[in-house]
Ligand binder design. Structure first.
Ligand code: PEP
Ligand code: MN
Length: 370
């Protein structure tokens, strides 16, 4: 990181109402009545730290509802006065930042369609210089961790200390049950690279449909995310944007009550003992796996030399199909998921090909001289 962040994290931020740190409100502010009613119903749940509403909406296609603009800022200010909730909105350029700050908005977030663009993110960062406001950066629509980190660094460099990230999933051409693919490994990698940045999960934009909100939220909690951003509308069916993924405040409360919050660590010595022993077992098995991989790759290299001597191509599709089929059958019998077998064998196969390629193209490899 270019700039040192406030590492105390979300727990010490104004408005913190416990784990999960919850940002909730409609996708879009549509009318004063809808904003006020939704915020009042959310405030009484006692769970919401920040009331959200988009007022400048970056819509994929033109001629959809693009937000009410500046008028919505007054409604958010009313929410703050009447409910005591902090308020947040999405900013997509410097003008939005200036307008939002003028109206005392407490939290700004940069949307997925904006965080892909370093020039716009820099423009927003410049507008934030010297300002003490909470800022969250959503992941870019494409699964590029460097772009996400770059956007966070730009905002941090502007001096923003209360800085967080929001995982909202990634666009994909393939149709899956979710609107956006979670690619959980990206927020996990973000946590590894910048542990001091709080991460919220936005199950609404990952799911695209309210029925999956709970399972995604639970997964985020189990991965130790700091909080959630969930879209909630007083009358979701009538919402002007993202209708199918919004829940009403009652449904939100019910969803939260079903979340199991496991603790990220423990000081109970007995528990620690048991965990320590199990972890030792894992380390032993991981060492075995590494030994086996080393041996397997040596055999792959020998095969590579043999193919080179006999002028045979590296990629033998029939053989590869046979390996995967065999592993699937055996793996399934051992209770291993197809996803694990598939990704593990793909990675092993790629490594074998890389090594064999190196051997094929290496004129100095003595072992491969015929
Ligand atoms: C939103 O939060 O309503 C929004 C537009 O989200 P995203 O930038 O994740 O698409
Ligand atoms: Mn939305």
């Amino acid at each position: 990181m270019v700039v040192k962040l406030d590492t105390s994290g979300i727990k010490d931020w104004e408005g913190y109402k416990g784990r999960p740190f919850l940002v909730s409100g409609p996708c879009s502010a549509e009318s004063e009545e809808q904003v006020i009613e939704t915020s009042k119903a959310l405030a009484v749940t006692g769970k919401v730290s920040i009331f959200r509403a988009g007022i400048w909406k970056p819509r994929t296609r033109p001629n959809s509802f693009e937000g009410v603009g500046n008028a919505g800022l007054k409604w958010l200010r009313r929410v703050k006065q009447e409910t005591g909730l902090l308020v947040g909105t999405e900013v997509a350029n410097e003008k939005h930042v200036y307008e939002a700050l003028k109206y005392g908005i407490d939290m700004l977030w940069i949307g997925a369609r904006t965080s892909v663009n370093p020039i716009t993110v820099q423009e927003i960062a410049d507008a934030l210089k010297g300002v003490d406001v909470m800022v969250f950066v959503k992941n870019p629509v494409n699964p590029d961790i460097e772009l996400w980190i770059g956007a966070l660094e730009r905002i941090a460099s502007a001096g923003i200390k209360r800085l967080g990230a929001i995982h909202r999933g990634f666009s994909t051409y393939e149709k899956t049950i979710y609107r956006n693919q979670p690619n959980w490994q990206l927020p996990i990698e973000l946590r590894r690279r910048i542990p001091e940045i709080p991460i919220l999960c936005d199950p609404s934009h990952i799911a695209g449909s309210r029925e999956y909100l709970h399972e995604i939220s639970q997964k985020a909690m189990d991965l130790n995310f700091d909080g959630l951003m969930i879209e909630s509308h007083i009358n979701p069916e009538k919402a002007l944007s993202d209708a199918s993924q919004q829940v009403n405040p009652e449904e939100l409360k019910e969803l939260l009550s079903r979340l199991i919050l496991r603790s990220p660590s423990t000081d109970d010595p007995k528990l620690l003992d048991v965990l320590g022993e199990l972890r030792q077992q894992i380390d032993v098995f991981d060492d075995h796996l590494l030994d086996l991989l080393e041996k397997r790759m040596k055999v792959s290299e020998t095969i590579g030399r043999y193919k080179k001597e006999n002028n045979i191509t590296i990629l033998q599709s029939a053989r590869w199909d046979e390996i995967v089929k065999r592993a699937m059958i055996k793996g399934r019998a051992k209770g291993l998921s197809e996803e694990l077998i598939d990704s593990m064998f793909k990675a092993i196969h790629q490594e074998s090909i890389n090594r064999q390629m190196k051997i094929m193209n290496d004129t100095t490899d003595i072992n491969s001289q015929t």
